[in-house]
Design a protein around this ligand. Structure first.
Ligand code: FPP
Length: 260
C-alpha cells in the first residue's frame, strides 16, 4: 500500500489498515446488519442497558454515513425481532421510545444524506403510535434516492414466511390462485418488500455467529461476516474489513466459479 493509500485510511488508526485499495473493493448493493452487543457495551461501562441501546441507535447514523461513502444502495438493520417481546417490559419500552424519537430527530440528517426510510416486519401488529412513526418516516422520505435504509422492526424471518403462506393460501381458498402456479419467484414477490434485492452481505458484530431469524428467505445466498466488536463501536474500520472480506468471496449461487 502506498503512503497515499495510507493517508486515505488514516482515520482507521485504532487498528491495522485493511490491505486493499478502496477502489478495488467490490461494493454490495445491499448489506444487512444485526445490531448486536448493546447490552454488553453498556455493561462494560457500568451503564444501564438503555444507554447501550441509545449508543446503538446513534451508531446507526454512523453506519448510514459510512455506507453512503461506499455507495451502498440498501442497508437493512435488525432493530427489534418478533422474539424481543420476551425481554423485560422496561427494556421493550426503552426500545419503543428510542424508535419513536429516532426518525423525527434525525430526519434532517437522513435528508441531507439522501436516505429513504422503509420498514420491514409485522408492522400491522405494532401499537398505533409506532405505526404512525413508520408511515410518517416512509411518506416523508420516499423521494430520496441515494440510499434506502430498511429498519426491521417486529421482524422475524419465520413470521414473514408464514404470513406470505397465509396470504397465498387465502387466494387459493378464494379460487383466484392455482397452487401449482406458486413458484419461488412468485413466493418471493409476496414477501414484505418484494422490490428490494436480496442482501449480498449480512454482518453480525458482537462475537455471536448466527443469523437469529433475520431475513431467512432473502438471506439464503448472502455472504456472512462476523466481528467481535460490539455494535455501538462498529465503525468505518469494521465496515471496511467486512467489504474487504466480501471482495474476496467467490459467490457461486450453487454454480461453478468463472475460472472452473
Ligand atoms: C441486540 O443487542 C440489540 C437489540 C435487540 C436492539 C437493537 C436496537 C438498536 C440498536 C436501537 C434502536 C434502533 C432504532 C432504529 C431506533 P443486545 O441488547 O441483545 O446486546 P447484548 O447481547 O450485549 O445484551
Amino acid at each position: 500500500m502506498s503512503s497515499n493509500d495510507e493517508s486515505r485510511f488514516s482515520f482507521f488508526s485504532r487498528k491495522k489498515t485493511p490491505s486493499i485499495d478502496e477502489s478495488e473493493l467490490k461494493i454490495p448493493t445491499h448489506i444487512a446488519v444485526i445490531m448486536d452487543g448493546n447490552g454488553r457495551w453498556a455493561k462494560k461501562r457500568m451503564l444501564p442497558r438503555s444507554a447501550g441501546h441509545r449508543a446503538g441507535a446513534d451508531n446507526l447514523k454512523t453506519l448510514c454515513k459510512n455506507c453512503g461513502h461506499y455507495g451502498i444502495k440498501y442497508v437493512t438493520v435488525y432493530a427489534f425481532s418478533t422474539e424481543n417481546w420476551s425481554r423485560p417490559e422496561s427494556e421493550v419500552h426503552t426500545l419503543m421510545e428510542l424508535f419513536v424519537e429516532y426518525f423525527d430527530r434525525y430526519d434532517p440528517e437522513l435528508e441531507q444524506e439522501g436516505i429513504r426510510v422503509r420498514f420491514t416486519g409485522d408492522i400491522e401488529a405494532l401499537p398505533e403510535n409506532i405505526r404512525a412513526v413508520c408511515k410518517r418516516a416512509e411518506e416523508g422520505s420516499k423521494h430520496r434516492t441515494r440510499m434506502t435504509l430498511i429498519v426491521a422492526f417486529n421482524y422475524g424471518g419465520r413470521r414473514e414466511i408464514v404470513q406470505t403462506c397465509q396470504k397465498l393460501a387465502q387466494r387459493v381458498k378464494d379460487g383466484s390462485l392455482d397452487p401449482s402456479s406458486i413458484t419461488e419467484e412468485m413466493f418471493a414477490s409476496n414477501l414484505y418488500l418484494p422490490d428490494v434485492p436480496d442482501p449480498d452481505l449480512i454482518i453480525r458484530p458482537s462475537g455471536e455467529e448466527r443469523t437469529s431469524n433475520f431475513l431467512v428467505w432473502e438471506g439464503a445466498y448472502s455472504e456472512l461476516w462476523f466481528s467481535d466488536v460490539l455494535w455501538p463501536d462498529f465503525g468505518m474500520q469494521e465496515l471496511t474489513e467486512a467489504l474487504v472480506a466480501y471482495t474476496k468471496r467467490d459467490r457461486r449461487f450453487g454454480g461453478l466459479s468463472k475460472e472452473k
